[in-house]
Design a protein around this ligand. Structure first.
Ligand SMILES: [Zn+2]
Length: 162
């Protein structure tokens, strides 16, 4: 796939380099104390929602438990429920903020399945629009996004409330 203008990709690469010695992204980001900088759009009791710096599509966010856990079968019942409820809030907010036609929601367990951070599981919530399939390659090559992450953050954060 052709490389197109992709500022979010540079941001992501820079971020990854800075974060090399910092351990787990999903453990560190909530502790940084600056949710806007961390792209965290919402927190609940046991989990949080954060926009992906390297999104498959505009508004692509991830829902993860605060607890460092990588195996699905080790997630506690209250954490599962908390994440489900937070995902419902996210879907509602994304519908309001971005009017998508549908969603892909799923989890990649293990590096072989595409998990970038296999040790701390997280749900992907990806808004979809009719006709966006041409822009959403499964292999995750660089593509053009209609909206930058900062703009998505402001819209979703406003819609999701506290
Ligand atoms: Zn972690």
């Amino acid at each position: 796939m052709e490389r197109l203008w992709a500022p979010w990709r540079m941001e992501y690469i820079g971020q990854a380099r800075e974060g090399e010695d910092e351990g787990c992204l999903f453990c560190e980001k909530p502790k940084e104390g600056d949710d806007e900088k961390a792209l965290i759009v919402a927190r609940s009791e046991l989990s949080f929602a954060m926009l992906n710096r390297y999104p498959y599509n505009s508004g692509h966010l991830m829902v993860a438990p605060f607890r460092h856990v990588g195996e699905l079968e080790e997630v506690e019942d209250d954490e599962s429920l908390d994440m489900q409820r937070l995902m419902q809030r996210c879907v509602k907010a994304l519908k309001e903020a971005m009017q998508p036609d549908g969603f892909n929601i799923g989890m990649n367990l293990g590096v072989v399945a595409g998990a970038g951070i296999p040790d701390h599981l997280h749900w992907h919530v990806v808004p979809r629009w009719n006709g966006d399939t041409n822009f959403m390659p499964v292999v995750g090559e660089t593509k053009v996004l209609p909206e930058l992450t900062a703009a998505s953050y402001a819209k979703v954060r406003a819609a999701i409330g506290t």
